[in-house]
Ligand binder design. Structure first.
Ligand code: 0A1
Ligand code: ZN
Length: 864
């Protein structure tokens, strides 16, 4: 009895092993929307065709729907039944037409899944399981249908009516209402359905495909934002051309529309022909968006566009295969961004992102394989592992195959699986078939979680002229996977001579397949220094015994920019870890290496800016057996101050080196701005008397948000009088721009000041703070959770505050609440006091009545 009660309270897990093909196909669906924010009537006519066993009933998913009528082949029926959230109809024979009519209330939809209102407009979000909140349907990605959609709405309030595919007809409906019809000829799963109804302006463009078809492009936003859409439109055209050139993929409809909305749970959504975006990934002008925002907009526009092939033309058989579309599409957008500017800097940024988000996930209670085996709530699996580690898997296969075979393999994949719902296995099989390379062992990357570690050392026999490289791999245990088999790890290696600085070998790709391996290199006449995992050829941690001198040497001489950056990072990390453990460390090697990098005229300023930046507090903490957030903070601050003081002149010249002139979004200008911001940070860290004045004058004179926000961040970390002034000016100047106000909240939540916890709690009471808008919630709570020292205050005040906010947010928007929870789940990494305080908050969350599946899954797994 108790067990039964327990079973009801705990949401059930869905397992990959339980996959069964759908019993009924739905080749066609006609949808009719009578749109009204308070009460929308949705009529759905489905043609259904039996797919499987003769007596399987038709099961249609539905959630929060008010069912009005059901009919079969034109005749109203009442012998349907509900089993949980499924509408079940027993049907004789093999083919029928089913019609349902339901009522929904978009203006009460705070979850932002299904049909909802944002800024007075109506829009949809259906991935992963939102379509069931619009109408009854087999809401799973392997049911592909052709959609015909008719929208009717008040003409004054909703002058624009958009849906997937191409527009086919429109007209007046009388009574101040109008209608539009859209047809999407490409069969698609329900998660790719979308509609938008609203008062929107459009920035139109055109793209002529390589076969000569003209596609009408449109970026739809509110009228006041139209001037900020040019960058996104340009990025869309670049993406369309790039996918033709690099992957041979052409666009397939006559129109491609993008709509920006302010209330959105994720970044953007690839609905067929009608992408819906979080407005932060569309709107940009120099005054309101940073270079980082510009880059992110181009990357997300490209990502969603690339999904048209990797995701829409070929979709996923089930949600366990999510990385099939996401890992591959991230890999594709990374390639696109790399081609727009410096590929080396892009790779550095991507690896930094992987280490910040994915490595901790893989080392914590929520670790899961790139192809998971089970989930409770699929929305929780839109993770850095599925997306970013998934992209690294594709990159490793591309490295192993080489460019020609990889392109042949993607061609084969696109051709063979076009119009179907495929699996990760299908993708890997195409890689094998096109290349003739056996990827049997490689498949473990899909099934084993955790970040692999490789121990690497090199010995030199000067007499024999022989170098011996020893490698050993280690697979750490993760939840449910205590033991693991050896992986195939593609490692790019090269040796450099310690005396002459020249390369002693060519770059070599070594596939580490066994638990341990030895590589012997002859004709090595001087002491070799090992450059390993060049270009970050595998998403692993390298444990090497390279000395500070060898790392400094690589930072100076390695010809691979990533390896050079990496050597510098390792040198800094070794120094900071020693300082965090011992309370102090010798900074000389780092200071010399940074000085050298700053003095090297051959280096791109964008690269220099990355190379001289210290590892984050979180990443330093990740290297410690038990994270001591205060020790890490002080070690890092001490090194920042020392670098700031000892290289004061170099920072001043780096700061001044950026050429004057109006804002331009070019790789060179971006690099200069980046270096200027980093230099300003060091000048401020040095404690120089004029630092706040310098930052404030940049803040005031800047003609762009990149410099202005860089200056604001530098001020926000200090306690000069200019701090308050700048925050006030910034707030007043942008009071009517939600995306910029997010930056105002975020900058304060990321501050390194001692009082940040108090400031954040006050900001949660600010009239402009609301949990109803995901961007705003993330700007304060997400940034605070990432601020290692402030969040992990020893008295547990940060944990209590976040838990309070999550419990409140869960009632409105479970997905966003669940996304913000992971910092609370890292208790194993901290001392017993902090761990107990964190666990107490997790327990409080789990015990909250009416908790969502989303937050329940994250919090309960984090307690295990
Ligand atoms: N497929 C989208 C991500 C996405 C997933 C779920 C969403 O629901 C709220 C929204 C967007 C992408 O990869 O961009
Ligand atoms: Zn995606």
């Amino acid at each position: 009895m108790l067990d039964a009660l327990h079973a009801i309270a705990q949401p059930a897990a869905i397992r990959r092993a339980d996959y069964r093909p759908p019993a009924w196909a739905v080749p066609d669906i006609a949808l009719d929307f009578d749109l009204d924010p308070a009460a929308t009537i949705v009529t759905a006519r489905l043609t259904v065709a039996r797919n499987g066993v003769a007596d399987e009933p038709l099961r249609l998913d539905g959630e929060a729907l008010e069912l009005l009528t059901v009919s079969v082949d034109g005749i109203a029926i009442d012998d349907w039944r509900m089993e949980g959230d499924q509408l079940v109809i027993d049907l004789p024979g093999d083919a029928h037409t089913i019609e349902t009519k339901v009522r929904i209330a978009p203006d009460r939809n705070t979850q932002l899944m299904g049909l909802y209102a944002s800024g007075g407009n109506l829009c949809t979000q259906c991935e992963a399981e939102g379509f069931r909140r619009i109408t009854f349907f087999p809401d799973r990605p392997d049911v592909l249908s052709r959609y015909l959609v008719r929208l009717t709405a008040d003409k004054a309030r909703f002058p624009v009516l958009l849906a997937n595919g191409d527009p086919i007809a429109a007209g007046d409906a009388g009574d101040g209402r109008h209608w539009a019809e859209w047809r999407d000829p490409f069969p698609k799963p329900s998660y790719l359905f979308a509609l938008v109804a609203g008062d929107l302006a459009v920035n139109r463009g055109e793209f002529v495909t390589r076969s000569g078809r003209t596609v009408q492009l449109g970026i739809w936003v509110r009228q006041a934002d139209i001037a900020r859409t040019e960058h996104a439109l340009h990025a869309l055209k670049l993406s369309m051309a790039w996918d033709e050139q690099v992957y041979g993929r052409e666009y397939d409809l006559n129109v491609f529309n993008i709509v920006a909305v302010d209330d959105f749970n994720f970044g953007a959504m690839e609905n067929k022909g009608l992408n819906i975006f979080n407005s932060r990934y569309i709107l940009a002008d120099p005054d309101t968006a940073t270079d980082y925002d510009y880059d992110a907009i181009a990357a997300v526009v490209a990502h969603e566009y690339f999904h048209n092939w990797s995701g829409n033309r070929i979709t996923c058989r089930d949600w366990f295969q999510l990385s099939l579309k996401e890992g591959f599409t991230v890999y594709r957008d990374q390639g696109f961004s790399a081609d727009q500017g410096s590929a080396a800097v892009k790779r550095i940024e991507d690896v930094r992102g992987l280490r910040a988000a994915q490595f901790p996930e893989d080392a914590g209670p929520l670790a899961h394989p790139v192809r998971p085996d089970s989930y409770i709530e699929i929305s929780n699996f839109y993770t850095a592992t599925i997306y970013n580690k998934g992209a690294e898997l594709i990159r490793m296969m591309a490295t192993i195959l080489g460019p020609q075979a990889f392109r042949a393999a993607t061609d084969l994949y696109f051709e063979r699986f076009d119009g179907t719902a495929a699996t990760c296995e299908d993708f890997v099989a195409c890689m094998e078939e096109a290349s003739g390379i056996d990827l049997g062992q490689f498949r473990r990357w899909y099934s084993q979680a955790g970040t692999s570690r490789v121990a690497a050392s090199i010995a030199h026999d000067a007499g024999e002229g022989r170098a011996t490289i020893r490698l050993a791999q280690h697979q750490p245990p993760t939840p449910g996977q205590p033991e693991k088999a050896a992986m195939v790890i593609p490692l790019k290696l090269r040796l450099f001579g310690a005396e002459t600085g020249r390369a002693l070998t060519d770059e070599q790709l070594f596939l580490l397949k066994d638990p341990a391996a030895t590589i012997v290199v002859d004709d090595v006449t001087e002491r070799p220094v090992l450059s390993i995992n060049r270009g970050f050829s595998a998403p692993v941690v390298i444990d090497s015994d390279r000395s500070a001198a060898d790392l400094a040497f690589l930072a100076r001489h390695d010809d691979d920019p990533f390896a050079r950056y990496e050597a510098m990072q390792q040198l800094m990390l070794d120094t900071l870890v020693a300082a965090a453990i011992e309370g102090r460390a010798d900074h000389d090697a780092v200071v010399d290496a940074v000085a050298d990098t700053l003095a090297n005229p051959d280096l791109d300023p964008a690269f220099v800016a990355e190379a001289v930046l210290l590892p984050s507090e979180a990443f330093i903490g990740d290297q410690l057996a038990i994270v001591d957030p205060d020790a890490v903070f002080h070690a890092r601050e001490a090194l920042r101050r020392d670098l700031g003081k000892r290289l004061a002149d170099q920072w001043r010249s780096a700061y001044a080196a950026a050429p004057d002139g109006p804002y331009a979004y070019t790789p060179a200008a971006k690099g200069h701005r980046r270096l200027r911001a980093v230099a300003l940070g060091y000048i401020a860290a040095s404690g120089a008397a004029d630092a706040a004045g310098l930052a404030f004058s940049l803040f005031e004179s800047a003609d762009n948000m990149t410099d202005r926000q860089g200056a604001l961040s530098a001020l926000a970390n200090g306690d000069a009088g200019e701090r308050e002034a700048a925050l006030d000016i910034f707030y007043n100047r942008y009071a009517d721009n939600g995306l910029v106000l997010d930056k105002w909240f975020q900058t304060q939540a990321l501050s390194s000041r001692d009082d940040t916890g108090d400031v954040v709690r006050q900001l949660a009471e600010h009239p402009d703070f609301t949990l109803a808008n995901p961007n705003r919630a993330r700007s304060l709570l997400g940034a605070f959770g990432a601020n290692q020292r402030a969040f992990n205050a020893a008295d547990g005040s940060g944990y209590r505050f976040l838990a309070d906010q999550l419990i409140a947010l869960d009632k409105l928007n479970p997905q966003t609440a669940a996304k913000l929870m992971p910092p609370l789940g890292r208790w194993r990494r901290f001392d017993p006091n902090r761990a107990a305080l964190m666990r107490a908050e997790l327990e409080r969350i789990v015990a909250t009545p009416g908790l969502s599946k989303d937050l329940f899954e994250q919090a309960s797994k984090s307690l295990d």
